[in-house]
Design a protein around this ligand. Structure first.
Ligand SMILES: *Cc1c(COP(=O)(O)O)cnc(C)c1O
Length: 449
C-alpha cells in the first residue's frame, strides 16, 4: 500500500532558498520612489536589514539558508506531504490528491518560515525591536514567535476587526512576549489621522502597515517586518515547494497541477516557484493561485504601480492591485484581504506562467468542512480556498476519467477560526458580491507599469 504521509528527514531540509528572480523571462520592473524614479537599496535601509535588502534585489538563483535558521526550521520542518486518500474516496475521483501541510509550525501556518529568517537577519545586524502589522493574526503570531527565538522585542499593529474577533490570537502573541495594539491606534500619526477620518473604521491591512512602518522608521533600534508580498518573503517560503518536489521524487510522481491560496502571494509563490524550474525544463504543470472573489486582486485587479499601504509610506511596487484605498469586505479569510500582490507573482502571472481563479466564501467553507470530515485536519479559512479548487479539479477528473496528480498547500490550521465555522454552520456567513464600483474608483488613480 502507498504511504499516506511522505516524510523527509531533517537532513533533507533545504540548504538553500530558490530565488525565481534568477529565472524570469524578463526582469522584474523596479520599485519606484515618490518621485517616480527607481529606488536604490538606501531607500529601504531605515526599515530593513542589509541582508534582506540584498535578498530583495538579488539575482542569485540559490541563496544559502543560515544554519541558525535551519536549526529552528527543524522544530517543524520538513513538513509532511499527505496523500488525501479519504477525500479522494469521498469524491469518487480517479485523481490523486496530495497536500503539503504547513499548519504544524508552532504558530499554525507557513508564516514562521519567513518570520524566523527575518528575525535572524535583524538580530545579526544589531536590531533589538521589530514592528509589524497583522490582519488575521497569523503573521503577528509568527513574528512574535520568531522574536522570542532571537531575543527581539516585537510590537504588532493588529487590524481592529481581527483584534475584536480573535482575542486568542492576541493572547498567543502576548505569550511569546509581543505587545499588540488595535489598529488604527493612537500610537502613530497614520493611526490618529485614520481615527479622525472615521472613528468607527474596522481598520485594514494597508493602514496597519502604515502604522508599523512609521513606528519603525522613527526609531534607530527598530526595523519593520512584512509577512508577505516582498521578494525576500516569497524567497523564504520556497522551502515549501522545494520539499514538495523532493517528496514527489521520493514516490516517483510529479504533479499535473499545483494549487495554493493567494493573499500577498507568499505561500503560493513559495509552493509554485520551485516547480517553474520543471516547467522551464519542459514538464507540463499548471500553477494555480486561488483568491476570494470579494478581493480578486489577480483576476480583476490591474497590473500597475501602487503603494503597499494606505498612507503611501512604502515605495510604489509593480503589482496586480485593487488600489491601496480599496477596503475589502470583512470575509473570514483575513489573510486574503490585501489590495495588492507579490510583484514576483504578479509579474509571472502577467507573463502567463501562472493561473489564478477567484472563489466565493461559502463554497470554500463547504470544501473545508468536507476536508475536515475526511482528512481530519481543520483548515484555516484561507486554506479552504485552495481546498475548494483542488476538489473542483478532482471533480473534473471524475468527469473526464483522468487520474491527474494534484498538489495543494494547506497553509494553516483553523483552530483560531472557529467563530467563522460557527457562523457558517449557523447559516450567517455571506457571499459578498464583487465590489465592482468600489474597485473601479480605487483603481482610477494608479499608474501603469
Ligand atoms: C497569511 C495566510 C495566508 C495568505 O498569505 P500569503 O502571503 O498569500 O501566503 C494563507 N493562509 C494562511 C493560513 C495564512 O496565515
Amino acid at each position: 500500500m502507498d504511504d499516506i504521509k511522505i516524510i523527509l528527514s531533517e537532513t533533507e531540509i533545504p540548504t538553500h532558498w530558490y530565488n525565481v528572480a534568477a529565472d524570469l523571462p524578463t526582469p522584474l520592473p523596479p520599485p519606484l520612489g515618490p518621485d517616480g524614479q527607481p529606488i536604490g537599496p538606501d531607500a529601504l535601509a531605515a526599515i530593513f536589514p542589509e541582508a534582506l535588502i540584498e535578498q530583495e534585489m538579488s539575482q542569485e538563483r540559490w541563496i544559502p539558508i543560515p544554519e541558525p535558521v535551519r536549526d529552528i526550521y527543524r522544530l517543524w520542518r520538513p513538513s509532511p506531504m499527505f496523500r488525501a486518500r479519504r477525500l479522494e474516496q469521498a469524491l469518487a475521483t480517479p485523481a490523486r490528491i496530495f497536500y503539503k501541510y504547513e499548519g504544524g509550525s508552532p504558530a499554525g501556518s507557513h508564516k514562521p518560515n519567513t518570520a524566523v529568517a527575518q528575525a535572524y537577519y535583524n538580530q545579526q545586524e544589531g536590531i533589538r525591536r521589530l514592528t509589524t502589522e497583522t490582519g488575521a493574526g497569523q503573521w503577528g503570531s509568527s513574528i512574535a514567535l520568531a522574536g522570542a527565538m532571537f531575543g527581539l522585542t516585537v510590537r504588532v499593529y493588529m487590524v481592529r476587526v481581527s483584534y475584536q474577533q480573535k482575542p486568542f490570537r492576541r493572547s498567543m502573541m502576548e505569550t511569546w512576549g509581543a505587545e499588540v495594539f488595535s489598529s488604527p491606534s493612537e500610537m502613530t500619526q497614520s493611526g490618529r489621522d485614520a481615527l479622525a477620518r472615521d472613528p468607527e473604521t474596522p481598520g485594514s491591512l494597508g493602514l496597519a502597515i502604515s502604522e508599523a512602518v512609521e513606528d519603525a522608521a522613527s526609531r534607530a533600534d527598530s526595523h519593520y517586518a512584512l509577512g508577505s508580498v516582498l521578494n525576500h518573503v516569497v524567497l523564504h517560503q520556497t522551502v515549501i515547494g522545494l520539499e514538495a518536489r523532493a517528496q514527489f521524487k521520493k514516490i516517483g510522481l510529479f504533479p499535473d497541477v499545483v494549487i495554493a491560496c493567494c493573499g500577498g502571494g507568499s505561500n503560493f509563490g513559495g509552493t509554485a516557484f520551485p516547480f517553474l524550474m520543471d516547467k522551464a525544463a519542459g514538464r507540463a504543470i499548471r500553477l494555480v493561485a486561488v483568491e476570494p472573489d470579494s478581493c480578486p486582486t489577480l483576476t480583476k485587479g490591474r497590473y500597475c504601480y501602487d503603494s503597499g499601504d494606505t498612507a503611501c509610506l512604502t515605495p510604489l511596487m509593480p503589482m496586480y492591485t485593487l488600489g491601496h484605498n480599496f477596503m475589502p469586505p470583512g470575509i473570514h479569510a483575513g489573510g486574503l484581504r490585501y489590495h495588492g500582490d507579490s510583484p514576483l507573482v504578479s509579474h509571472l502571472y502577467h507573463q502567463g506562467l501562472l493561473e489564478a481563479v477567484a472563489v466565493p466564501q461559502l463554497a470554500t467553507f463547504k470544501a473545508g468542512v468536507l476536508f475536515a470530515q475526511t482528512e481530519g485536519i481543520l483548515p484555516a479559512p484561507e486554506s479552504n480556498h485552495a481546498i475548494r479548487v483542488a476538489i473542483d479539479e478532482a471533480l473534473q477528473c471524475k468527469e473526464s476519467g483522468e487520474p491527474k496528480t494534484i498538489l495543494f498547500t494547506l497553509s494553516g490550521h483553523g483552530h483560531f477560526d472557529m467563530a467563522a465555522y460557527d457562523r457558517y454552520f449557523a447559516g450567517k456567513l455571506e457571499d459578498y458580491s464583487y465590489p465592482e464600483a468600489e474597485i473601479a474608483a480605487s483603481l482610477a488613480e494608479l499608474r501603469a507599469v
